[in-house]
Write a new protein. Structure first.
Ligand SMILES: Nc1ncnc2c1ncn2[C@@H]1O[C@H](COP(=O)(O)OP(=O)(O)O)[C@@H](O)[C@H]1O
Ligand SMILES: [Mg+2]
Lengths: 282, 305
């Protein structure tokens, strides 16, 4: 029966009982050790480092229960995991939208734990939320100007650079953002976030809800932005496609790191494939 | 032109009625619009339904009265004083009431009740200071000028001229300046503005200054055009809410269009029915318009997330 089939590989629910019952029990209970599937992953000089983050939205409930994340200069780092794993919460804690109860966040050498989002923007890190990531009633051009809050002098030149990077946005510069297609809207959201010339870009599920063609465009965009030297930290539901372009990947579950490794190593790891990618590839 | 109009006796009479009601509609519509823009911006940005906004307008009228009549200074000075006074009032309420309340996590309902309380306090302070007697500003309300197709009064010219200048200024502010665009950005999404690095606190401050200043101006114009009583603003507030809903909640340009549309419809209706029904007619039109455009005249068909 088709109703019993998983909806899609990347949405395969992880809490469905799988044969390896022992492993699965551990997953649903507490404090599982993190499995590192690649060796020589250590970074001497990370551009972004989150250490043992614990916390959530209200004092009594810890969504994050000891999360770590490291990004080296120029990397694409991908975070995957089931719904509710705490991926978005991790990014919010990194970007100062929630203050972790424990743990620290470092951007280069600076400890930015608890720094409000509004200020982090000026420190070289930008964030693209999953939803509501453009100003719908503003034009494309105005959206980009709003991204430039802290650098008004070089603003026009920077907007020009964004139009070079995304020619489709230039064509529609006078249109309101609400009229954009899903893929174009993500482009605009990314371009807006790039306005202050960040060295780190945080993306929360940029391909969510997009048609397959637009999904491919988003991944293309991410690679292009990364090629220009920006370190990317990206949450993705399209786990296979995302891990395929990731230098470093994290599998999160229950607010904790479960697996860490190079993107390809995670893709090829039988446990990760079984538990989080809906079965082995091919 | 003119002779022909004279020859068609009754048609000429109706032409003049149409002209007068149109001009009055534009005048009262611009007063609605001036009041509505600030109220709408504050609501969109802070999710605050400020019931004291009407009394902000009333205060503007009385400050103008104090300067223009009690102190005997020219109307321009009175207008400037009213605008500044109410802008400062907006700023003070933000600092003393609204920001501290938001910090404590006050919800929509608490803020709304608080604003109703503030409205009563302001109105009673006005009543204490100026009594309930109706007042007039020192403007010649008999002067009028022929404009070919009819006559317009000095009052009409003053109100429409000043309102038009202010509305054009606001339009330019919102579309051409960084702070104006930021206000629209915050109206769209406060959270996104915050993560985009916009200095949201500064923009909120400017929004209160703008909204207060416009309310003050609207109050003076309403006092010029009608009579000034402590209830003037409270009475206008209903129409202002209607204008905001008619134009599309949260959209400053919608507030403008909604205000003008409401003013015109109300005044035109007096050509056909008793003037006492014009408020009711305004709301009938509001309901009718919302049946066809549920999100208002300039509202989005559907909000995209
Ligand atoms: N704003 C919020 N307030 C309270 N709880 C939240 C909020 N956002 C998410 N949560 C809770 O935090 C947990 C993790 O959510 P999230 O980080 O969004 O997961 P993911 O992005 O991995 O799907 C979920 O249980 C969710 O219900
Ligand atoms: Mg999420």
């Amino acid at each position: 029966m088709s109703a019993d089939e998983p909806t899609s590989p990347d949405e395969a629910p992880v809490d469905t009982p799988i044969t390896e019952a022992a492993v699965d029990d551990q997953v649903t209970t507490a404090d599982v050790a993190e499995t590192v599937v690649s060796d020589d992953l250590d970074v001497v000089q990370p551009v972004l480092r989150a250490e043992h983050l614990v916390g959530g939205y209200v004092p009594e409930v810890d969504i994050l229960r000891g999360c770590d994340l490291t990004a080296a200069d120029g990397e694409i780092v991908v975070v995957v995991g089931p719904n509710g794993a705490g991926k978005s919460t991790l990014i919010k804690a990194i970007f100062g939208l929630i203050t972790p109860r424990e743990g620290r966040v470092y951007l280069r050498d600076a400890d930015i734990t608890g720094t409000p989002a509004n200020r982090i923007n000026g420190l070289g890190m930008s964030y693209v939320p999953q939803v509501n990531n453009v100003f719908p009633s503003l034009t494309i051009h105005e959206n980009l100007q709003m991204g430039a809050a802290k650098r008004r002098k070089g603003m026009d030149a920077r907007i020009e650079e964004m139009y070079e990077l995304f020619p489709r946005l230039r064509e529609r510069r006078r249109n309101r953002a609400e009229g954009l297609s899903g893929g174009e809207r993500q482009m605009l959201a990314v371009a807006r976030a790039l306005m202050p010339q960040p060295s780190v870009l945080l993306l929360d599920e940029p391909s969510a809800g997009l048609a397959p063609k637009a999904v491919a465009e988003v991944f293309e965009t991410v690679k292009r932005v990364n090629d220009s030297g920006v370190t990317i930290v990206m949450i993705e539901q399209n786990a296979r496609a995302a891990l395929a372009i990731a230098n470093r990947g994290y599998v999160l579950e229950g607010g904790q790191n479960r697996f860490t490794g190079r993107g390809v190593d995670l893709l090829n790891d039988p446990h990760v494939a079984e538990l989080y990618l809906g079965g082995a590839a091919d | 032109m003119a002779p022909r109009a004279v020859r068609v006796g009754s048609a000429r009479f109706r032409m003049d009625d149409l002209l007068q009601t149109t001009i009055n509609g534009i005048a009262s519509g611009s007063i609605y619009a001036l009041g509505a823009i600030g109220l709408s911006l504050v609501y969109a940005i802070l999710k605050l339904v400020n019931f004291a906004h009407g009394d902000f307008m009333t205060l503007g009228g009385y400050v103008a009265f104090a300067v223009n009549v009690s102190l005997g200074m020219p109307l321009v000075v009175a207008i400037a004083a009213a605008v500044v006074a109410v802008a400062v009032l907006g700023l003070v309420t933000e600092e003393l009431i609204w920001r501290p309340m938001r910090k404590r996590g006050a919800g929509l309902m608490q803020m709304l009740l608080l604003s109703i309380g503030l409205a009563f306090v302001l109105r009673n302070l006005i009543l204490l200071t100026w009594t309930g007697e109706s007042r007039k500003l020192n403007v010649d309300d008999t002067a009028s000028y022929g404009i070919g197709i009819g006559r317009v009064s000095l009052l009409q010219i003053l109100v429409i001229g000043i309102a038009a200048a202010a509305l054009v200024g606001v339009g330019l502010l919102l579309t051409r300046t960084y702070v104006g665009k930021s206000m629209r950005a915050l109206s769209d999404s406060f959270d996104l503005a915050e993560v985009s690095g916009i200095d949201t606190k500064r923009v909120v401050t400017y929004t209160w200054i703008l909204g207060g200043g416009l309310a003050g101006l609207a109050g003076v114009l309403a006092a010029v055009f009608t009579t000034l009583t402590p209830n003037m603003g409270w009475t206008l507030l209903l129409g202002i809410f209607a204008a905001i809903i008619l134009g599309g909640i949260g959209n400053p340009f919608g507030a403008l269009v909604g205000g003008l549309a409401l003013g015109l419809v109300q005044e035109w209706s007096t050509n056909f029915v008793e003037p006492t029904y014009k408020e009711a007619i305004g709301f009938a039109v509001l309901i009718l318009a919302l049946l066809f455009r549920p999100n208002g005249l300039l509202g989005h068909a559907t909000r995209t997330g």
